[in-house]
Design a binder for this molecule. Structure first.
Ligand code: DAK
Length: 263
């Protein structure tokens, strides 16, 4: 692949968007390669993904403005669909995805980070939805996801004014969970991913599904979604081992069965 790097270590997959000359802007090829990479993830052995950008300046500086500038209406629609499909694939991916935002996250860059489950960033990160300044609306889910991740009034302010915000403000409004010095960002993402990877994988997947699907419906339906996914965890090896170790109070054994098995 030309623009995506993918490495797996200790059950954590690291996807790096690798187009630093264009600040990792998303063109059609990047989106295609990201899609292929997600399809290739070995879900039996990988329990958490980290998404980041190559270099020290940018996570993703948005959709590729050069490529977009010449699109016809039909091509614009096709480009939008390609992006939305990949972003949705990330959002509904069976295992958690952590965005390690290492610099600019503008337009499609901010939007792709919001398709991930968790965002952490470096001190030099800059977030924003500058689209109205380019004569378009956010097109990769920004109007929908930003208003769900941070307070709606703040989302509207950022989108209507096209104002960029730095890491400290992104933390204050709840767009990111934590801010790190640049050199500590990937180690922190890996540590968080390892903490997820050592938990019972079926339970973690079911939690992601329950939270994502539950947020789309009212509380009565949401509780039914949770009940079903809770029930699904029973009779799995993870549930038997996890509860059995607690009851046996056997710390040695507890350590031996971690990480849990898949089935
Ligand atoms: N696209 C293409 N190239 C980009 C780019 C981008 N978004 N951002 C940066 N680059 C390229 C620059 O052109 C430059 O290339 P060379 O001139 O060296 O060949 C190189 O990256 C370095 O950029 P700068 O020289 O500009 O670097 P600076 O440090 O001076 O500035 C910057 C960094 C991030 C502030 C600046 O590059 C910038 O403002 N970039 C554009 C940021 C932006 O507006 N991003 C949002 C794009 S709009 C849709 C779906 C989705 C979307 C739209 C429609 N549909 C449903 C149809 C999404 C839209 C967007 O994301």
């Amino acid at each position: 692949m030309e623009f995506i790097k993918y490495e797996v270590e200790d059950m954590v997959g690291m996807i790096t968007i690798n187009r630093p000359k264009a600040l990792n802007a998303l063109n059609s090829q990047v989106l295609d390669e990201l899609n292929e990479t997600l399809d290739s993830v070995d879900l039996e052995n990988v329990r958490c993904l980290i998404l980041t950008g190559e270099g020290e300046k940018s996570f993703v500086a948005g959709a590729d403005i050069g490529e977009m500038s010449t699109l016809t209406k039909a091509e614009g629609e096709a480009f939008g669909k390609k992006g939305n499909d990949v972003f949705r694939k990330l959002e509904t991916f069976p295992i958690p995805v952590i965005a390690a935002v290492n610099g600019f996250a503008l337009g499609g860059g901010c939007e792709i980070s919001m398709s991930c489950d968790i965002r952490i960033c470096s001190e030099n990160a800059v977030f924003g939805q500058p689209e109205v300044g380019l004569g378009i609306t956010p097109g990769f889910g920004g109007t929908q996801r930003l208003a769900r991740v941070i307070p709606v009034g703040m989302a509207k302010q950022l989108i209507y004014t096209a104002r960029n915000i730095k890491a400290d403000e992104a933390y204050r409004v709840g767009l990111v969970n934590a801010v790190y010095p640049l050199e500590e960002l990937i180690p922190a993402a890996k540590k968080m991913a390892a903490g997820i990877a050592m938990q019972a994988p079926i339970a973690v997947r079911n939690c992601k599904k329950a939270i994502n699907e539950g947020l789309q419906v009212d509380m009565d339906q949401a509780i039914v979604i949770e009940e079903k996914l809770f029930g699904d965890c029973f009779e799995t090896e993870d549930q038997r081992a996890g509860m059995g170790n607690f009851l046996e109070k056997d710390k040695e054994k507890k350590l031996k069965v971690v990480p849990f098995k898949n089935k």
